[in-house]
Design a protein around this ligand. Structure first.
Ligand code: ZN
Length: 355
């Protein structure tokens, strides 16, 4: 008979920090054996792999600091370093316990500078003088993708005047547009997504809103610039020089980046594209993935074995130029009322302060 208890290294009751305790309950397994550390029976039991996941979520992801572009954790841990971070009183014993069991030390992490936006094409995109040449590269280096008539996508409207009128689901009238990621005086934009949950998320609706959703498809093939792919730039291109990293960070940034995405839209439009496919700002939330994952400071996006996984983190959104419903480029298959039954959040805890 295999003794299952040998794999158990701790339990949720071992921790004093309330956040760690709750996260350990979510990660741990139900098993009525006695915890080897605190001797409790009713805690959720943790194996090494669970404890590592807990430590990563709380200390690494939990200490992530966002910058204008990019983000980096303040803490890392590995088995080469000793514990050298100062932590709040309520988690001191927990840090020592985790570090002892995993055989690791927690230390202040000095990020590689690309993680906080030191990416040359990204810096060039932010400057008026150099932006056009990088925008030109984006339009020529990202692939073309055909959106056929069989692909369905969605657009949600809050309180439309005439809910079943197809025009309600076209690009907003010019007096209401301008604040989004791609539209400009020159080009109105219809935003939609093949993922209905992303549509709901991005629009920040509440349970009180009266919502309608239109199911759409292309009337004839649409020619789109696909910026949701992971661009293969070949060996020798580091994160610091990477156009892929620049674009990845651009779409994870909020409204301070919109003047850049608007100029990409104008350029793609002038090159004859009908619109853009782009990664959703909420991709990371939707897939629950960690932003900017690295192995020894190298981005997963640079490592061929991780590429499919990285691409799967990005959920594509559509930005279609002009007024495609009025122009007959996009047709309405169906319009439904959309009832928000519940709004749910998923979360984990992080360390409050690192000294
Ligand atoms: Zn325990």
């Amino acid at each position: 008979m295999i003794d299952e208890s040998v794999d158990i290294v701790a339990c949720s009751n071992c921790f004093e920090d309330h956040g760690l305790k709750i996260d350990a309950q979510k990660i741990g397994i139900v098993d009525d054996i006695t915890c080897p550390v605190c001797k409790a029976v009713d805690g959720y039991k943790l194996k090494m792999v669970h404890l590592e996941t807990l430590a990563y979520g709380y200390f690494v992801w939990g200490s992530l600091v966002r910058c204008d572009y990019g983000a980096a954790p303040c803490v890392q841990f590995n088995n080469h370093q000793k514990n050298s971070i100062g932590v709040p009183e309520w988690c001191k014993n927990d840090v020592n316990l985790i570090s002892q069991i995993l055989g690791v030390g927690f230390f202040h992490y000095g990020p590689r500078m690309w993680m906080v936006g030191e990416v040359e094409p990204l810096k060039d995109l932010q400057k008026d003088a150099t932006r056009p040449q990088i925008v030109k590269r984006i339009v020529s280096e990202y692939p073309q993708r055909i959106l056929d008539q069989n692909t369905l996508f969605y657009r949600i409207r809050k309180e439309p005047k005439k809910p079943t009128n197809p025009e309600e689901y076209d690009s907003p009238p010019s007096n209401l547009s301008g604040s989004g990621r791609f539209e400009s005086n020159k080009i109105p934009v219809l935003y939609a997504s093949p993922d209905l949950e992303v549509c709901v998320h991005e629009s920040r609706f509440t349970a009180e809103d009266e919502l309608y959703v239109a199911t759409l498809s292309a009337s004839s093939e649409l020619n789109l610039l696909d910026m949701s792919v992971l661009l293969n730039e070949g060996n020798g291109v580091t994160e610091f020089e990477s156009l892929d990293m620049a674009v990845h960070m651009l779409f994870l940034a909020s409204s301070h980046s919109y003047h850049i995405t608007k100029s990409i839209a104008i350029s793609a439009h002038d090159a004859g594209y009908d619109g853009i496919i782009y990664p959703s700002y909420f991709s990371l939330l939707r897939t629950g993935a960690t932003p900017f994952e690295t192995v020894y400071g190298i981005s997963h996006r640079m490592i061929p074995q991780y590429r499919d996984y990285e691409e799967a983190k990005s959920i594509p959104n559509l930005a279609i130029f002009g007024r495609p419903v009025a122009e007959g480029k996009v047709s309405i298959k169906c319009i439904n009322k959309l009832i928000m039954r519940k709004v749910s959040y998923d979360f984990h805890f992080g360390i409050a302060e690192v000294l």
